[in-house]
Design a protein around this ligand. Structure first.
Ligand code: DGJ
Length: 750
């Protein structure tokens, strides 16, 4: 059992292979957070809590003569607003009499083997005897409010999840103004904070700063997890790097508004609060009702950032993404978006399929523009019926053709959106999120459907399933192309409007869940103008997500690297597109683009008919390489090998088989140089005593004859390296010249 309770001393222990988490109920029933970090052998760590009388830090009434005991300075497991804890709160409530105080005391707990699912929300799945759980029920006896803190411990995976359930056991209405999923007070810590900010087409850029006094808050108010701040943050030691150091990860499994707040208090303690964003949020909890928060996924390691990423990669691949796609070979796809945009018809799609098939592609994805009247992005969203002007034979004519090539077929939808110029809007203008007295905020000239409404979700379910039933479709690309504004439901009373942003997310999850249940073999790829909803909530339904609308290979190095801190390679939709690139105008070699895109769920996004015969041959070889290394790339351990400080010259990364039997090293030069420094990288994760040879090298570097040293050792072939040599000494490349040259080296243990 990974959850233990020491009844004598009132201590809870959550034990994983390489971490330990402790809470203690004090004599007043306050639940203290006493430790999270490397294992301490179940020593009662509350000795680290030193109570000191600090001016202006008040005391509960029963502690009025023990001035050193203050909820303002003690490390708390779930800090609440109003009763003298002035740090960032996890819970803010309004009672029927207007009181805004919440004061929670221990009531009971239960420990069980296995875990309970959340209702209507994604969660970390127990794939069979993996989880033990703890529920601690706290109560505010005056408000008659119960708060259950729920912990699931995945001991072997070094992961603990947290969520909270708030129940109104009073006779009156209680309003929830803020309800966090997790709150944790890390005492005596001086740490850095890493968050993943960005913008459309430039998502998940890591930014690291020293945690200072005051509050550092990131999050999203866009109704989506957003391009701008991912619901994933890391706290780490100042000395932590990719290979060593203490790191804590906090990831919210949620696709809507979120907030991550990090505060250093007067005592130097760091509080982290993570959950649904509270701005605009207000939930009416009637007598007898409960509210469940999304789940936060926490992990700790003292072995550096690559190890922290590995913990998230493993839990997401094995316990978050739908299990049925874990071992499924994902097809290499051709997507027509950047190839044709809206300008296609049945004939051109058929010929794209033919050409892509000859080059080895395994699935054709028909992107935006196949439905309603949609020849540009101003019209048609919501009208999920085939545009017979463009596709006279309907979808079945295309799917039959594609299937005859032994390819699969995928289709684009943007379910939660509606165009003003659409049949759906003309029939149901009230189905949009819109403020009745205002003109709506437009974005991409479209509006957002009110997913809090059952009739809207039912309509979408019926229309999408109608399309899925009409042809052989094995994949959906589920897009979402604007942030929410005017979050107002025309089907909800005025005092429940603060619930709509969350109910919107619940409606989306319900639709995803109904479709996934009815069509279990249809794989859904998430998308939101690229990676605007790249989060563990969406990954619960969609095993992969289009990583970014930016397909420029050099920009993608940063985007995919930033994404890799929290999410595994197999979840990152990544395609080779045309050169010059459509977003940046940059030219890069086809092989460089492929080496970058291969470290994702791989595909092509261009018009293959515009390629030369030689390029099509090259693509065939690339797909062959990807399929050859498929298991290694998708399931191996991923390591970032370079830091920002090296990356003005080159970026390198590596994937290693779990058993150390093989590894794939990739390097892209981002700033080619005359008379260059030798690019040399230290590998990671190999079998130290193992003996490796490089048995496959791909390179888009130009050979500069003048530089070639005929007497030098032959590059590869007979040379044997120990794992230790490659990890401690490194692997040195010959000078790399040309336009963004890239090299991929496969190592095999002999
Ligand atoms: C945004 C997506 O990220 C693109 O890949 C493409 O599907 C367009 N939307 C279509 O409108």
């Amino acid at each position: 059992m990974a959850v233990l309770f020491d009844e004598k001393n009132n201590i809870f222990f959550l034990i994983t292979e390489n971490s330990e988490y402790q809470m203690k109920i004090d004599e007043y029933g306050i639940l203290l957070h006493s430790y999270y970090g490397a294992p301490v052998g179940r020593t009662d760590m509350s000795y680290l809590i030193r109570n000191v009388d600090r001016g202006f830090s008040g005391n509960s009434y029963e502690c009025r003569e023990k001035r050193e005991i203050s909820s303002d300075t003690q490390p708390l497991e779930y800090g609440c607003f109003g009763a003298g804890d002035y740090r960032v709160s996890a819970l803010e409530t309004v009672l029927a009499n207007g009181s805004r105080t919440a004061d929670l005391r221990y009531k009971s707990h239960n420990i069980r083997h296995g875990r309970k699912e959340l209702t209507g929300l994604p969660y970390v799945r127990d794939m069979g005897d993996e989880a033990d759980s703890l529920e601690i029920i706290l109560e505010d006896e005056v408000a008659r409010l119960e708060v259950s803190l729920i912990y699931n411990v995945f001991a072997e995976k070094d992961v603990i999840t947290r969520s909270a359930k708030i129940s109104n056991i009073s006779q009156d209405e209680i309003r929830l103004m803020k309800v966090a999923s997790a709150c944790i007070d890390l005492q005596h810590k001086d740490m850095d904070f890493i968050h993943f900010h960005g913008r459309h087409a430039m998502e998940r850029r890591p930014e690291r700063a020293r945690v200072a006094h005051g509050i550092y808050k990131v999050g999203s108010k866009r109704g989506m997890s957003s391009h701008h701040e991912n619901p994933f943050v890391i706290l780490c030691g100042h000395d932590a790097n990719e290979r060593s150091g203490e790191c804590y990860g906090f990831m919210l499994m949620y696709s809507g508004n979120h907030a991550e707040e990090i505060e250093t208090d007067q005592t130097g303690s760091i509080r982290v609060v993570m959950g649904i964003g509270s701005e605009g949020f207000e939930w009416r909890l009637l007598s007898g009702e409960s509210f469940e928060t999304p789940e936060a996924i926490m992990a700790f390691t003292d072995k550096g950032l690559n190890e922290l990423s590995f913990l998230y990669h493993r839990i997401i691949r094995e316990n978050v993404c739908p299990a049925r796609f874990k071992d499924m070979k994902r097809p290499v796809l051709i997507n027509n978006w950047e190839g044709t945009y809206f300008d296609f018809d049945e004939e051109s799609i058929r010929s794209i399929a033919d050409t892509a098939h000859e080059a080895g592609c395994e699935m054709l994805v028909l992107d935006d523009g196949w439905f309603g009247v949609r020849n540009d992005d101003n019209t048609g969203l919501g009208d999920w019926f085939v545009n017979k002007d463009k596709l006279p034979g309907g979808l079945s004519a295309i799917t039959e053709h594609v299937n005859s090539l032994d390819m699969r077929f995928g289709l684009w939808f943007e379910p939660e959106m509606i165009s003003e110029d659409s049949k759906l809007y003309r029939e149901h203008p009230d189905w949009t999120l819109s403020d009745p007295d205002r003109k709506p905020v437009m974005a991409r000239n479209q509006l957002v459907l009110d997913m809090s409404r059952k009739d809207v979700v039912d309509y979408l379910y019926e229309s999408i399933s109608g399309i899925l039933d009409s042809a052989d479709i094995s994949y959906i690309k589920w897009d979402f192309n604007r942030s929410l504004a005017n979050v107002y439901s025309n089907a909800t009373s005025s005092d429940e409007q603060g619930e709509i942003a969350h109910r919107f997310v619940l409606g989306t999850y319900e639709l995803l869940s109904r479709l996934s249940t009815a069509y279990p073999d249809v794989m859904i790829e998430g998308c939101s103008g690229g990676g605007g909803r790249f989060d563990a909530g969406m990954l619960f339904y969609c095993p992969q997500i289009w990583c970014s609308d930016n397909t420029d290979a050099i920009n993608r190095l940063k985007i995919q690297k930033g994404t890799s801190y929290g999410y595994p390679v197999c979840t990152m939709g990544s395609h080779v597109s045309a050169s010059p690139n459509h977003q940046t105008g940059r030219e890069t070699p086809l092989l460089t683009r492929a080496i970058v895109a291969m470290h994702g769920s791989f595909g092509y996004e261009l018009d293959p008919r515009k390629l030369t015969a030689k390029e099509r041959e090259e693509i065939k070889e690339q797909i062959g390489t990807f399929n050859k290394y498929y298991e290694l790339i998708q399931k191996g351990r991923y390591f970032r090998l370079t830091d920002e400080s090296d990356e003005d010259y080159f970026v390198a990364w590596e994937t290693v088989a779990e058993d150390g039997s093989e590894a794939l090293l990739s390097l892209v030069v981002t700033d080619v140089r005359a008379n260059p420094e030798i690019p040399c990288v230290r590998l990671n994760g190999l079998d130290g005593d193992g003996r490796y040879v490089a048995d496959g090298v791909l390179s888009s570097a130009l050979e500069i004859p003048a530089d070639k040293d005929e007497d030098a050792d032959s590059f590869e072939g007979e040379r044997v390296y120990s794992g230790y040599a490659l990890m401690n000494g490194g692997y040195a490349f010959d000078p790399l010249y040309g336009v963004y040259p890239a090299v991929q080296v496969h190592f095999k243990r002999i």
